[in-house]
Design a protein around this ligand. Structure first.
Ligand SMILES: Nc1ncnc2c1ncn2[C@@H]1O[C@H](COP(=O)(O)OP(=O)(O)O)[C@@H](O)[C@H]1O
Ligand SMILES: [Mg+2]
Length: 360
């Protein structure tokens, strides 16, 4: 029998998407092919502590479990205190938002010289920042909503024109979205149509980031597609999110039982639109140099225009999550999808190893 591959499944983290990540970790743990892989869970608590393996298993079973023996990693010797872990063959970070989607954990894996699942440092950092993503998308001709960005120092200057709703709406229109540039799960995102709402929205968004985007509202529904692979990625079909009138895809609509959002997979849309969503997604995946996986989200306007919203480097893997559902629909069941993601991580690492040897 061949030796099982030891997978370090990292979940949790100090972002607003902590709880989603625990559920994603739980689902991956349940579904992973246990004949091929031996899973070692690594829980990062919401306060940023590392838990040992025993406690990490506990929180996978009971999401409300509280850590008893937290390890704050302040320096390398602290990390070594977590020595109950065997040598991991590949890391699988399913940490959404900070640390996992912004290149932070990827930097740690690079230092450890270990393969890992999902996007590399550059693509994770670039796609975490919605402004960089938009700039790159424009370069390959993929439409994005018109926007301005406001930095913290501009926000602190109360006379700055960007804080004046009337001036901003002269260029972007009166119907706007305000959002932190680096966030997820709709946290800190507001829809505004007047000066009072605009001011509140900026205060809210700046709680989460030092850079805030103000975008023209794109009317319509959200359409999403999923991409898998490295140099020759495959693109799944398209899913659509329809919301009850008056509400956008908020945190509650994403995860609450009371959600008014519906996921339709596959979306019931004309073939031409489906192909545009998919080809835009591939262009954006490639220009942001993604590898492994990404979910690519756009708005579809009533007149059939597809406008990119954002790229998610480590999308949700919960039961209701779009990414795994889209691939299931495309003929790749959840368990096989996990295997393929791990293989893509190993392939990328082996390729880089090969490059390094050229310098010997
Ligand atoms: N320019 C826009 N026009 C219309 N709706 C938008 C726009 N930007 C964001 N939204 C809505 O807000 C939600 C969250 O915004 P998004 O940019 O996807 O941030 P997050 O990373 O928090 O998911 C989207 O799912 C969409 O429903
Ligand atoms: Mg989104």
């Amino acid at each position: 029998m061949t030796k099982k591959i030891k997978v370090g499944l990292i979940f949790g983290g100090n972002s607003s998407e902590y709880e989603v990540s625990i559920v994603s970790g739980h689902n991956i743990y349940k579904a992973i092919d246990k004949d091929k892989f031996e899973v070692h869970p690594i829980w990062i608590t919401n306060d940023g502590y590392f838990a040992d393996e025993e406690e990490s298993f506990k929180v996978l079973e009971d999401h409300n479990y509280k850590v008893k023996n937290p390890h704050k990693v302040n320096n390398i010797s602290n990390l070594i205190e977590l020595a109950d872990l065997p040598e991991i063959d590949i890391f699988f970070p399913i940490v959404h938002g900070n640390l996992g989607e912004d290149g932070g954990l990827q930097g740690l894996f690079k230092i450890l010289d270990k393969p890992f699942v999902g996007d590399d440092i550059l693509s994770a950092a670039v796609t975490m920042d919605k402004e960089f993503t938009k700039i790159l998308a424009q370069r390959v001709g993929v439409p994005v909503a018109d926007w301005i960005s406001i930095k913290r120092f501009e926000f602190d200057d109360k006379g700055n024109d960007k804080l004046d709703y009337n001036k901003v709406s002269e260029t972007l229109g009166e119907d706007l979205f305000v959002k932190p540039s680096n966030q997820g799960s709709s946290v800190g995102v507001s829809h505004v149509t007047n000066a009072e709402e605009y001011k509140k929205a900026l205060d809210e968004a700046f709680k989460y980031d030092d850079k805030v985007l103000v975008e023209k509202t794109v009317p319509g529904t959200e359409v999403e597609t999923a991409v898998l692979g490295n140099d020759e990625p495959i693109v799944a079909g398209v899913g659509e999110i329809t919301n009850a009138k008056g509400s956008f895809y908020t945190y509650e609509n994403k995860y609450d039982n009371s959600s008014t959002s519906k996921l339709q997979i596959p979306a019931n849309l004309p073939d031409k639109i489906v192909q545009t969503v998919r080809s835009n997604a591939l262009k954006v995946y490639q220009v942001t140099e993604c590898s492994g996986l990404a979910r690519i989200d756009s708005m579809l306007t009533p007149d059939g225009k597809v406008v990119l919203t954002e790229v998610n480097a480590l999308p949700g893997f919960t039961n209701i999550s779009m990414y795994p559902k889209l691939f299931e629909e495309a003929g790749i069941p959840y368990t096989e999808l996990i295997t393929r993601l791990i293989e893509a991580g190993q392939d990328r690492y082996n390729h880089k190893k090969h490059l390094l040897h050229k310098h010997d």
